[in-house]
Design a protein around this ligand. Structure first.
Ligand code: NAD
Length: 351
């Protein structure tokens, strides 16, 4: 067996119903005295509540976060940070709000508290993806990692079912790719496997009963494990394709993950028998890729890249971008096979 070298990333995590109430204490413990609350526009109500809770240390509520972290949005927010002498960032929302906080922290090293309200998992990682001139690049940097994270299930009870399902698939994608990432090890695989197991159990229950606190708590816990898996392991072809399709062609992040995951798992399966065994156990099936496809169908998730706005003519460019550079993947990347994968996903065919 080859030696394992591993160091876990450390954030202070609080998980529980009503945990939002601890945000002021956590922010103050991080030395924050002039906080910028970062959110997307549709999260105005919880962001306003958070501003109330923060009281005198809440300086600004900035609601301009956007998906795929466009650099121009970050630069605009940076002006507010400077003008308002902000000394701490509290992001409340999905990966878009958290992505903006990370992009500011990358440029300022300000302390961050993340309060996720979807299952995207970004709050656990030291990775930031940024989009400039139609290209999304990701980088890992210690400044980007949140010092503290609050998971409050109450904030997720109103997450629409469609977003819950696709965001849940985003979390499972972190778990699936961590199982065969370059950094895979026994601890990571156990966590990643449980992420997939918990999320696959939770999604059908919350889809039929969106305010089921138990199912929501299980899904949020799975999101934590998925984000942790991505943060401490790594990713491969699936995340690369999602970033290309999101950054260059404007596709929505979680939906793209949901459509592509069964296809990429099927592509990589011959090279990753141990990961497949773990997924068979997590999902209690023989064919994990087919099961993920069936699950997304039964939950009404979008089926094809065509349906979420990708023109078929974009496929050759997406393949060329995926082949560009020396990105690692357990199966060798073949342009013709990638084009077949993307065409099947574009038409909405199974894996
Ligand atoms: P998002 O943050 O854009 O949220 C989707 C929509 O849901 C938004 O309109 C948002 O306002 C709304 N919303 C969020 N929480 C809600 C709630 N509880 N109730 C009602 N509405 C709610 O989407 P996302 O999928 O969470 O994040 C996608 C972004 O995150 C992408 O830019 C992606 O690149 C990034 N991401 C980064 C990492 C990383 O490690 N760097 C990991 C995962 C995702």
């Amino acid at each position: 067996m080859s030696p394992v070298a591993y160091q876990s990333l450390a954030s202070h995590v609080i998980f529980g119903a009503g945990a939002l109430g601890q945000a002021p204490d956590v922010a103050r413990a991080l030395g924050m005295t002039r906080v910028m609350v970062i959110a997307t526009r549709s999260q105005a109500a919880p962001a306003a509540r958070l501003m109330d809770l923060l009281g005198p240390i809440g300086a600004v509520h900035h609601d301009g976060a956007a998906m795929h972290t466009p650099v121009e949005v970050t630069l605009e927010a940076m002006e507010v940070v400077k003008a308002q002498r902000i000394d701490g960032l509290v992001a409340l929302g999905g990966g878009s709000a958290i992505g903006l906080a990370k992009a500011i922290a990358l440029r300022t090293d300000l302390p961050q508290l993340h309060i996720p309200t979807t299952y995207a998992g970004s709050e656990m990682t030291a990775v930031v993806g940024q989009t400039e001139a139609g290209t999304k690049t990701t980088l890992r940097d210690a400044r980007v990692l949140a010092e503290a994270v609050i998971y409050d299930v109450d904030l997720t009870l109103g997450l629409p079912v469609r977003t819950s399902v696709t965001s849940g698939f985003n979390a499972m994608a972190h778990g699936v790719e961590a199982l065969y990432s370059k950094g895979a090890n026994a601890l990571l695989s156990a966590v990643a496997q449980d992420c997939v197991r918990l999320m696959a159990h939770a999604l059908p229950r919350l889809a039929s009963s969106p305010a089921d606190v138990h199912a929501r708590t299980q899904a949020l816990g799975a999101a934590w494990l998925g984000g942790w898996s991505l943060a401490n392991g790594g990713s491969a072809l699936h995340h690369r394709l999602c970033h290309i399709l999101g950054g260059s062609f404007g596709l929505p992040h979680a939906e793209t993950h949901t459509i592509l995951l069964p296809h990429v798992l099927s592509y990589n399966a011959p090279a990753v028998p141990d990961a497949i065994q773990r997924l068979q156990r997590a999902l209690d099936v023989d064919q994990p890729a087919q099961e993920l496809w069936d699950l997304s169908q039964s939950l009404g998730a979008p089926r094809s890249l065509h349906a979420i706005g990708l023109p078929e003519s974009a496929i050759p460019e997406a393949v060329a971008r995926a082949m560009d550079g020396d990105a690692w993947n357990p199966m060798p990347l073949e342009p013709a096979a990638l084009a077949v994968l993307l065409r099947r996903a574009w038409r909405g065919e199974g894996p």
